[in-house]
Design a protein. Structure first.
Length: 69
C-alpha cells in the first residue's frame, strides 16, 4: 500500500514540475498566467486562439469572465 502512495506522490510531483516548465517556456501559457494575474482573462493568448477554433461557444473579446461561469 505504501508503494502505491509513493508512486502516486511521485507522479503528482512530476506533473507539477512538467506544468511549471510549460508555464516557464511556452509564451502563450506565460501570457495566460499574466492575464489571469491582472484579472483580465480575455487578454490571454490562449483565449484568442480558442475563439478562432470554437466560434459556437460565443467567445468574443467583449465576453467577460463572469459571463463564462
Amino acid at each position: 500500500m505504501e508503494r502505491g502512495a509513493q508512486a502516486l506522490i511521485k507522479a503528482l510531483a512530476a506533473a507539477m514540475i512538467f506544468g511549471g516548465l510549460m508555464l516557464i517556456f511556452h509564451p502563450a501559457y506565460r501570457g495566460a498566467v499574466g492575464a489571469l494575474w491582472r484579472g483580465k482573462p480575455v487578454e490571454s493568448p490562449v483565449w484568442d486562439s480558442n475563439k478562432d477554433y470554437y466560434p459556437m461557444l460565443g467567445l468574443t473579446p467583449e465576453t467577460t469572465h463572469a459571463d463564462t461561469k
